[in-house]
Write a protein that binds this ligand. Sequence first.
Ligand code: ACM
Length: 514
Amino acid sequence: MTAPIIPVPAGLQVHASAAPFVLSVSSRILATDAAASVAGYLAGILRPSTGYPLPMVSPVDGNVAGPSDIALHLDLADSLELGDEGYRLDTSEAGATITAAGPAGLFYGVQSLRQLFPPSLEKRSVQSAPWQAVAATITDRPRFAWRGAMLDVARHFFDVAAVTRFVDEIVLFKLNVLHLHLTDDQGWRISIPGRPELTGIGASTAVGGGPGGFYTEEDYARIVAYAAERFVTVVPEIDVPGHTNAALSAYPEINADRRARDPYTGIDVGFSSLDVHADATWQFLDDVFRSVAAQTPGPYLHIGGDESLSTPPEQFPGFISRATALVAAHGKTPIAWHEAGRSGDLVPGTIGQYWGYLTPQDHADELATSFVEQGGSLILSPADVAYLDITYDETTPIGQAWAGGPTSVRAAYEWEPAEILPHVREEQILGVEAPLWTETVASAADIDYLVFPRLAAVAEIAWSARAGTAGRDWEDFADRLEAWYPRFLALGIGAYREGEPYPSRASGLSDGTL
Ligand code: ACM
């Protein structure tokens, strides 16, 4: 395989008989100021393994790209063909050029370019391979605007280093959303000024009784900034009115009986609820949404709304309506899991996140469709194929087998977003997201093993053309994935591989700790 790029590009021509692009000690990266941050990111990838200096120079200063140079070229005239995120990549003996209408497109061109080099490029110490990239012409742009991964930092807490590592991993596959599930029964993980017990008490533990943890405002800002530099929008989720035991342990007045709950370290769901009528609850939500909105430069705030089995059913729709209005009042677009479609009075533009099955059950399709009937759009996370906490097969030592699992890599790949909800049109689908729930996930090695390669499969569904004529295809994906394993190894990503034991030898993280 000459260009095993994941996700498969919209247009790819490999000129196998032509001479390749070759990086050398005299290679430079040409970029104007507007492209300088992507150039710096590219240099950061290339320098450690090549050992080359790779100076960044500007064409504005009269520098002309030579045969061993990489040129990053911004050209607004390309926006019609390439959109905000598309790119064109040319590699040949005459040089390497990435052209895009904006920096995000250049960034995705960089992700494709790195995959044209030998996997050892990804090592962080000097390697001796010849640094050749096959001669190719790629013209590429994504199918969906929303290409997400979700990390549950509530059931187990993951610190800033683990989260930024995760960001570096997901951008390899051109994902652009990191949904952080910040609160649940087992932990509250974000600091809210004026509400010290949320982190004082609410963050004090985790599933299994571990020490828990939380992000200070500075920590959270570091995650958001790190993601933004990589064109990833962080979407914070404050899950209400259920999944709230951690908050209920911190503030008695938001409980129906005004008694604080004990911290919870088990893995049951559906037993907790805010008192949705109490003034104290709305004061609490106002404080929380105001602060989370202020800490979040991105446009979205996710309010959960799933599995609120202990909220009186007749009170749930009204709660959701009011909560979406409160989020909008704080300047953000609300997102909620599909159960929130029970409200017929969502604030305009509210986005739904579908987590039912490929074959919807329990009216999940109707609840999801309610969002588009009210003028909103949908993110698709079908649990029986896109949930990353599910075991791969009967022998997988971590993960859970709920939600239609086990879920093989092939199952994670072979589904079509436009065929799940019959009354939803393609343009009403914002995109696709794969969540990792972390009841059984306690380390970076655990994350890697459950997330990869299934997230690569879901990323291809989000980015690439649908199956058919020139689109994606399982056999072709399986071949490219096979070629990817040495790259996972070089990157230090401990991906699952069928037939290999856990912890994967690829991980380099065998002690089960971060
Ligand atoms: C969910 O899995 N409860 C969204």
